[in-house]
Design a protein around this ligand. Structure first.
Ligand code: HEC
Length: 323
């Protein structure tokens, strides 16, 4: 062995192996090795290196002492053994013989059976023990497999699949619960259901009435009930204005610091629902962008998405002709 792994290869190699093992056990990653978080790992590595070097020194010393005690013939014998190639070592040879008890082609005559089928003869050779061993292992495995999955009802692939689908569904549910707060201006919808509008109204009353009045008539902030918009109408623009604030210095702050996206969506919907109502003391219209709630097609979508009437009629015509 010494010939193949001199000390300057052996020690670093063993140390590296040990390091990989420790990292694996301690759960370190390539980006963040375990010894960063756990100084104990460093101590362990240090101790191991120390032990490795100590063992090498002790082994060297004992070898020297042994050599001094040996007779010249013994030394010669040992050297001869050390210089043998790997496959000629006595222990390697013994192992190989054990693992392949098969007789070589030269001994074929002893193995030949009496049978003779049109000149085809049969050899009765020993099966290689490594092969026989593997065969027994597969037999044992099959028994364990049979008992586990067909007698004691272990999960088969279908059950395993169904279980992981169920877990995935739970995870999606979990995600959905929080995903309500990942809405962007583009995804925001005009929510028309009672509870969303009621929630939006509450948020509006708590945060916005100081500047926009409870009925949206306007004060410090512009009138939110008319069709004139300074910063643009539609779900997307209004959501954006509330989230990011108005023009600098005007007083409309970016509410995304205080409100969750889902809350902004609700208050946006409430603001839209105020459009077209008549406040007690409306502020005069501001802004050149004209937009009204009527432009929302159904419950969601912006004005820009209006479909062209031409295609609609042709679709209708096609349907009629099919009937
Ligand atoms: C401190 C006063 C103040 C508060 C509080 C306030 N706003 Fe405003 N808001 C303004 C001002 C001022 C503007 C005009 C911004 C500009 O001209 O850029 C405005 C603009 C807006 C606009 C755009 C109007 C347009 O014509 O484009 C919307 C929508 C709006 N606010 C909604 C809200 C909502 C919803 C809240 C509560 C979450 C709120 N505001 C709270 C002062 C306020």
């Amino acid at each position: 062995m010494k010939k193949y792994f001199p000390v300057y290869v052996r020690v670093p190699l063993l140390f590296l192996l040990f390091y990989v093992l420790v990292e694996w056990v301690a759960g370190g990653t390539a980006q963040r090795p375990a010894f960063v978080d756990h100084p104990a790992v460093l101590i362990l590595l240090g101790l191991f290196l120390f032990a490795l070097i100590a063992v090498e020194i002790v082994a060297l010393a004992t070898n020297r002492v042994l050599r001094r005690l040996m007779t010249p013939e013994e030394i010669a014998e040992k050297e001869r053994e050390d210089n043998l190639s790997f496959s000629d070592r006595p222990w390697v040879k013994r192992l190989m013989q054990k693992m392949t008890r098969t007789k070589g082609i030269s001994d074929e005559n002893e193995l030949l059976l009496e049978h003779d089928y049109d000149g085809i003869k049969e050899l009765d050779n020993e099966l290689p023990p490594w092969w026989v061993g593997l065969f027994y292992i597969t037999v044992i495995f099959s028994v364990v497999y049979l008992l586990r999955f067909h007698v004691f009802g272990g999960d088969n692939q279908i059950v395993e699949y169904e279980k992981s689908v169920a877990i995935a569904k739970e995870q999606i549910e979990e995600y959905r619960k929080t995903a309500a707060d990942l809405i962007s201006a583009d995804e925001a919808q005009y929510l028309t259901d009672e509870s969303s509008l009621a929630a939006g109204k509450k948020i509006f009353e708590m945060n916005c009435v100081a500047c926009h009045q409870a009925d949206g008539g306007g004060g410090i902030g512009p009138n939110l009930t008319d069709d004139h918009w300074i910063l643009g109408g539609g779900v997307k623009n209004i959501f954006h204005t509330i989230a990011k604030g108005g023009r600098p210095g005007k007083g409309m702050v970016d509410w995304e610091k205080t409100l969750k996206p889902s809350e902004i969506e609700k208050v946006t919907s409430y603001v839209i629902s105020l459009n077209g109502t008549t406040p007690a003391s409306p502020k005069e219209a501001e802004g050149d962008i004209i937009w009204s709630k009527a432009e929302i097609d159904g419950a969601s979508g912006d004005a820009a998405e209006a479909t062209e009437p031409a295609t609609e009629t042709s679709d209708d015509a096609a349907e009629v002709s099919q009937e």
